[in-house]
Design a protein around this ligand. Structure first.
Ligand code: MN
Length: 403
């Protein structure tokens, strides 16, 4: 039997192979690849595959940082080498012996975040938020269908899944009188898909058709948000402290190549788009990925990523069209993912309609926003390139008391 046959589990088989950064009690951190409930050192594995020295060197690192400076051809060679070593019966004993059980590892952020951009690309979410925050006005702003709205976030507060999230403090609006300072009373999640970028383009533009050359992979992202702080601060320049305290990212980056079969066409475009955003003739860049929101073990919503209006390729084209270029380790997120149905909403703001319709939980309690000690886990699934299930690495975090 090959190593892949011996180690694979449902969702983490030879067709997936997400990357992460792991340590054990006596080594690391180093770049690893996940096969089932085990982690394999990528550089070691490529050695068994007889990979070129420059490809071994690109993976002999604590995380994805060096590999992200390389190009699509190198990324494809590395993945091919991992598959070769994992399916070669002649090295199966060695590969299995070197595999580290996940339970014996500590996982880290899989790459060093360069710049972080957060978008607002889902029409259902944007419409819901518009109705809740600006009742009586059109839910979408006039620019919404002409460009993917976004803002530049804070790279230094992106944290690995599992990191505890202290409740942020800030200025909160009050029904009467001036705002008060204190812990957020409306702490929320945002279900998002994150995109890890590489193959740098200094001071350049990335055309829609070239997105495949620069999107290394996808990682489940929870963009924690303090709705009270947000409501008071966001006019006129957008979110600031309400979102920059923490953004949780999965410890596992799913390579773009593993999602070839999950690709699908995005929603129909309602207005003509500028040429740099017109995706009517470029490859499909939406993905069939369903994301569960799990609160303290209970699934409270399932958000369909395919419902998102703006694609990652359009977001990448937009954020570079002014010549800003991209660096290895740049990261952007899709914006909150919601679907048309109430059970498909990707934030508690929407699930409880601004807190006015509390959610009843299985334990008999009601919740509007997050309480101290609440734990939120995002779990997602898609179909792998050969039709087997693909399960994303989860993103989890627990709220602790304001400090
Ligand atoms: Mn967000």
């Amino acid at each position: 039997m090959t190593a892949a046959e011996r180690l694979a589990t449902t969702g983490f088989d030879i067709d997936h192979l997400p990357y992460g950064s792991f340590s054990t009690s006596d080594s690391g951190p180093k770049l690893g690849v996940r096969l089932g409930d085990h982690v394999l050192g990528v550089a070691t594995l490529l050695g068994h595959a007889g990979a070129a020295p420059e490809d071994v060197a690109a993976t002999d690192d604590a995380n994805l940082d060096t590999l992200l400076t390389r190009d699509r051809a190198a990324w494809d060679r590395v993945r091919a080498g991992i598959i070769r070593a994992s399916t070669d019966p002649s090295v199966a004993e060695t590969v299995v012996a070197e595999a580290v059980p996940l339970a014996e590892t500590v996982l880290h952020l899989p790459f060093t975040v360069a710049d972080y951009v957060d978008f607002y690309g889902n029409e259902f979410h944007a419409s819901n938020v518009g109705r809740i925050f600006r009742p009586g006005q059109p839910p979408l702003t006039p620019n919404w269908k002409h460009l993917p709205i976004g803002y530049h976030g804070r790279a230094g507060t992106i944290v690995a899944s599992g990191t505890e999230i202290p409740r942020p403090e800030g200025l909160r609006p009050e029904p009467e009188g001036p705002p008060t300072f204190g812990p957020s009373r409306r702490l929320d999640i945002e279900v998002e898909m994150g995109f890890v970028l590489g193959s740098p383009v200094p001071q350049g533009k990335v055309a829609l058709a070239d997105a495949d050359d620069h999107v290394f992979g996808l990682a489940l992202t929870n963009d924690w948000s303090a709705r009270d702080i947000q409501a008071f601060e966001y006019v006129p320049l957008g979110p600031f402290l309400a979102k920059s305290f923490a953004t949780s990212v999965s410890a596992w980056v799913t390579p773009l190549a593993a999602l070839a079969r999950a690709r699908t066409t995005p929603p129909r475009r309602d207005v003509p788009l500028a040429p740099y955003l017109d995706d009517s003739t470029t490859p499909a860049w939406a993905f069939d990925i369903d994301i569960d929101v799990v609160l303290n073990g209970e699934v409270v919503s399932t958000a369909p990523y395919s419902a998102t209006y703006w694609t990652a390729a359009q977001m990448l084209a937009h954020m570079t069209v002014n010549g800003a270029g991209l660096r290895a380790g740049d990261f952007f997120a899709s914006g909150t993912i919601s679907g048309p149905e109430p059970k498909q909403r990707g934030s508690f703001l929407e699930i409880t309609w601004g807190g006015t319709e509390p959610l009843s939980l299985a334990d008999g309690t009601e919740i509007a926003f997050l309480r101290d000690n609440d734990e939120v886990t995002l779990r997602a699934r898609a179909t792998g390139p050969n039709g087997t299930p693909l399960v994303f690495g989860e993103t989890t975090g627990r709220i602790t008391t304001a400090r």
